[in-house]
Each structure stands twice: as C-alpha cells, then as structure tokens.
Write a protein that binds this ligand. Sequence first.
Ligand code: G6C
Length: 354
Amino acid sequence: MPVSDVELIRAWDQVLSLSGVRSGDMVTILTSDNTHPQTLRCATISAASCGAVVNRLDLPPINGEKALSRDSLAYLGTTPLTGNRAAMAALKASDYVLDLMTLLFSPEQQELLESGTRILLAVEPPEVLVRLVPTPEDRERVATAARIFEGKKAMYVTSKAGTNVRMPLGQYPVVQEYGLVDQPGRWDHWPSGFILTWPNEGEVEGTIVLDKGDILLPMKSYVQSPITITIKKGFATSIEGGLDAELLSEYMASFNDPEAYAISHIGYGLQKRAFWSTLSLYDREATIAMDARAFNGNFLFSMGPNNEVGGTRSTPCHIDIPMRNCSVALDDVHVVREGKVVEELHSTLRRVAA
Ligand SMILES: O=c1ccc(O)c[nH]1
C-alpha cells in the first residue's frame, strides 16, 4: 500500500542528511520515463529544504527496443548519457546525482564518480524506499563485513543442494552497499544492505546448484526445480535443469554475447529488514526486487559485467541470483552458515571497532 509524501520526504531527509548534503550543494535529479512521480516530488522537496541547488535532468529512455525485460537493471552498459556531452557536463558539475533512472554498470557512471560526483540510485517503489530507509546501523553492519573481507584470498560457497565453488579474491575491491553516498565519488543504491566484490578474472571453478526458492533476476522468478551451473575459468560453461534453466538459458543466449556468462559480483545479504518472500507479493514489473538482493543471509552472485570495478566487461546482459541456505566462507572464516549470517562475527568486530 502507498506511503504519504510526508513519510517519503522524511526518508529522503534521513538519506540526504546521512549522505552529507549541505546548503549550497549542487544536487541534480536524473529522471526518465520510468521515474516514479512521488519519488521525484519528494526527493526534490527534501533536497531543496536542505538548501541545495536542485536541478532536474530528464533523459529519453533507450534500449527499449533491444531489451526483452522492462526491468531497469536488465539491459545495461549503454545509457542516455552515452555520447551525451551536455548531460555529462551537468552531472560532473554536480556534488550529488540522485539517479531515479538507473545508470548502473555504465562507463559513464564510472566517469562521473571519478570526477568526485556522488551517485545514489533509487528506483524502488516509494513504500519499499520508506521501509528500507538506510540507517547508520546498516552502514556499520556492511562496513564490518567489508573488514572481514580484508586480505582474504578466496570465497568458498557450499550448500546441501550441491553448490561447491571456489572464487579467488584480491583483484577487485570490495563494494559496500548500504544506501548512503557519504563520501565524494561514492555510488550506492537505496535500498540495499549487502556486501559484494568481484572474483579474480578467469579463476572461478566449481558448481552452483540453484535450489527450489532461489531467485532469478531480472526474471523475478523463484526457481521451481534445480538448475546446475558449471563454472570453469570464471565462466558458466553449462546451465542444466528443467524449465527454469531453459528460460534462463534462452534469455542469456538472446544477447549473443560470451561476456554474459562471466561470473560478475559475488557476496551476501545483510539487510534484516528485507525479506526473501517480498518478491512473491509484488507484480513482476512493480519492483526491481532489492529485497531479494539484500535479505539477510543470502548468497548473491551474478553473471555479466565487471566495468563497475574497473574491468573491461560492459555486456548488457546482467543476471542476479540471490540464493538461500548457502554457506559462505572467506578463507577459513565462515560468514554465512546455511543461509544465516554468523552474527557473532559482527558483534565481536563491532566491539573491536568501538
Ligand atoms: O544494487 C545493486 C543492484 C544490482 C546489482 O547487480 C548490484 N547492486
């Protein structure tokens, strides 16, 4: 059900305040045809009430004729900013960009971040934004997880369903997603609350078995029967199973792009206010399913691009797969056991950090 403007403005006030927006800052709100009007209205009021200089940059949609899904995260790599010097100039001159359109995994996004601009993606429905409004506790929880990653050489993921995969680490940075752009040059996504990184290029080896209830995105479907993904040298070399596997395989094959099968980001969910079941309560096109990506204790892996962390892959095909009941270890440190975050790690490290 809907939330009022008052509730959504208060949520934007909290996010902009925790992101450090001050009077006089340049805030540009990036919109397109998929932008939610209430989100735009409330973001504008909140940014203006901070005393920021608020601009709106509305760009035409692109790729609609290429994408098979209308989900804004389904077809990536090029955006309305591609080749758009005027828009890039305005966004580089901005301290904050509130992305109500979706730039994710685009070379232009990297270029803007390198100029010091902060980018906050926020395209979930207003009630989801309010329910999952970022907090300092979210930031601390994700930062603690990032500390655990420091110096680790590999992520190991196993499950009773048969997952057994080794993902060497070290080549790419760890990305913290907690919904606040509290540093210059930072990108984040509201709502979120998870930790991710990319495995070393060409080094992932093993098998991932998707079990009943695991989620395919952008399909927005709960897997009904097991899918076995064989991974060799960092690429999925086979995707076997029943109808779910066929649907995933045909969708990926439609891009005719070998980069689509590369293992992309890997990590796990830390958001206790997000739920595995939420997606089952929404029409598919009403959400991009951030509850699925963020719910506490998931193992989230993906296939496709790696340009977000300086890699060369900007394939438009991006598949996110949040899984339940997996055990995740970083070297010999178990961080998730059968779908449950090892909470004592967080309480111990928090005391150390305090
Ligand atoms: O916030 C996000 C959303 C999608 C994704 O693949 C990564 N992070």
